[in-house]
Design a protein around this ligand. Structure first.
Ligand SMILES: Nc1ncnc2c1ncn2[C@@H]1O[C@H](COP(=O)(O)OP(=O)(O)OP(=O)(O)O)[C@@H](O)[C@H]1O
Length: 237
């Protein structure tokens, strides 16, 4: 569903992505585990078309980002590290605004908003201002927003930043359930090992290249320590 081949991105002398090759299958929940500066945000910026890569290819649902950017990007939904909601607008208004940008017809958008918010367990009153919601619920609104145009791939960049442990767990559980139900592929960037442990597959990114790729158990073995956390810390510090 998502494939990068030999993806390279430089900032001056810094090589943020070094010939990165990875792929994510349909309905897979993949954790992209990397320490600060590993290249996770750079990868997301390239995958969402914000920055052009210096080399390599990206394919989303079979469409090349280089040759058919508009169609490829239509298959991507994204939640960035920074909250990007208008706090003074209601949940529904925020979501309708995004649906309009994506060209989703109003009637369809209203139905998807109702269904998406209910699925993630958001408060039933969608006319509440986002400012009144907890951090976890704001993140859930962003998740609903990322899926309004029904993308094939969801990119989540450190989506639990600033949330307490319970809100983090709730958000992850809601997302796992949603993914199972709808068959969306997820790339979940994090530097929290415990968030990676529940993923179908873990990609360990270090200095712009993949250090390991496999199930949490396979990656733990490949990193050569008793736990994923111990291996991750040892090999990326
Ligand atoms: N705009 C920029 N200009 C120059 N260097 C940059 C820029 N953005 C990122 N870098 C560098 O590229 C490398 C990868 O950074 P990136 O932000 O992609 O990592 P990250 O894994 O997302 O880190 P974090 O977990 O801290 O968000 C780092 O060495 C960083 O200093």
């Amino acid at each position: 569903m998502l494939r990068t081949t030999d993806l390279t991105k430089r900032y001056g002398q810094t090589i943020a992505l070094k010939s990165l090759t990875l792929q994510i299958g349909r309905g897979e929940f993949v954790a992209l585990l990397g320490p600060n500066g590993a290249g996770k945000s750079t990868l997301f910026q390239v995958l969402t078309g914000l920055f052009a890569a210096d080399g390599g290819e990206v394919e989303v649902a079979g469409h090349s980002l280089r040759h058919s950017a508009r169609i490829a990007l239509r298959h991507i939904g994204v939640v960035f590290q920074q909250i990007a909601l208008d706090l003074d607008l209601s949940i529904r208004r925020n979501l309708l605004f995004q649906a309009d940008l994506q060209g989703v017809p109003r009637r369809v958008a209203l139905a998807r908003i109702e269904a998406g918010c209910a699925r993630l367990g958001l408060p039933a009153d969608l006319d509440r201002k986002v400012r009144e919601l907890s951090g976890g619920n704001r993140r859930k609104v962003e998740l609903v927003r990322a899926g309004l145009h029904q993308p094939s791939v969801l990119l989540m960049d450190e989506a639990t930043v600033g949330l307490d442990p319970k809100s983090r767990r709730d958000l992850l559980q809601a997302l796992h359930a949603d993914v199972r139900e709808r068959g969306v592929s997820v790339l979940w960037a994090t530097h929290w090992v415990e968030e990676a442990e529940g993923a179908d597959r873990v990609l360990v990114l270090h200095q712009g290249a993949l250090l390991a790729d496999g199930t949490p158990a396979e990656v733990t073995r490949a990193l050569g320590e008793a736990t994923l956390e111990a291996g991750f810390i040892k090999r990326t510090s």
